[in-house]
Ligand binder design. Structure first.
Ligand code: OGA
Ligand code: MN
Length: 208
């Protein structure tokens, strides 16, 4: 290999995520980040919780936003400046993924919105799509799980539906990253028996 090309090669996890998205519209990648970095992000979430930065998630759009715990029981915290180092490292990583997706699929993704989501025991998120009606900016949904020692008995799976009536359940284990093409993709979070922590994000395209 020519030495100057080494730095240009995308890490293979980005290449495999892109290939899975293109083939199936969904990618599940374990150990997306090293364990120490996943723990670092869980610590950041805890610091932000202590600082009172989490708020009850609401459903609806703009002026119609409401708390409806029977639909969505999580608490969220948008990840914005000032960032902790672990958060900056995650953003840097996701920037690499964004560039790879654009390079390979010409999706025209230009930015990222990202929040922590913390589900208390008993909470879930009913079947939904991640796109407010009539808006198409969100193109790729990402979820990175931060739950150490997750047990199947705890529930809390991400359930992803397909158009043929099928479904696939994914456990929210630490370091696992799920990506899917956002438009029209219905999914739900099944009720969790224990606290469940994740980072949800969306790569967005410019509104056309
Ligand atoms: C969301 C969402 C899935 C998950 O935040 O919109 O669907 O598994 N999250 O946390
Ligand atoms: Mn969702």
């Amino acid at each position: 290999m020519i030495p100057s090309a080494v730095g240009l090669a995308a890490p293979c996890k980005f290449v495999s995520i892109e290939a899975e998205l293109r083939a199936n519209g969904i990618s599940v990648e374990d150990q997306f980040l090293p364990a120490v970095q996943v723990r670092g992000l869980a610590d950041c979430a805890q610091l932000r919780r202590v600082r009172g930065e989490f708020t009850a998630a609401r459903v609806g759009a703009e002026r119609g936003l409401r708390r409806r715990e029977e639909i969505r029981g999580d608490n969220i915290c948008w990840i914005g400046a000032p960032l902790y180092p672990a958060e900056q490292a995650l953003l840097d990583e996701l920037e690499g993924l964004r560039l790879e997706l654009n390079r390979a699929a010409l999706l025209g993704l230009f930015d990222l919105e990202l929040h922590y989501a913390w589900y208390p025991p008993g909470a879930g998120y009913a079947r939904h799509v991640d796109q407010p009606r009539g808006r198409l900016q969100r193109q790729v949904s990402l979820v990175l799980y931060l739950n150490q020692d997750w047990q199947p008995a705890a529930g809390g799976e991400l359930r992803i539906f397909d158009a043929r009536g099928g479904q696939r359940d994914v456990e929210p284990i630490a370091g696992r990253m799920v990506c899917f093409l956002t438009p029209g993709r219905e999914h739900a979070v099944l009720p969790t028996q224990r606290e469940r922590l994740s980072i949800s994000g969306w790569f967005r395209a410019r509104q056309s």
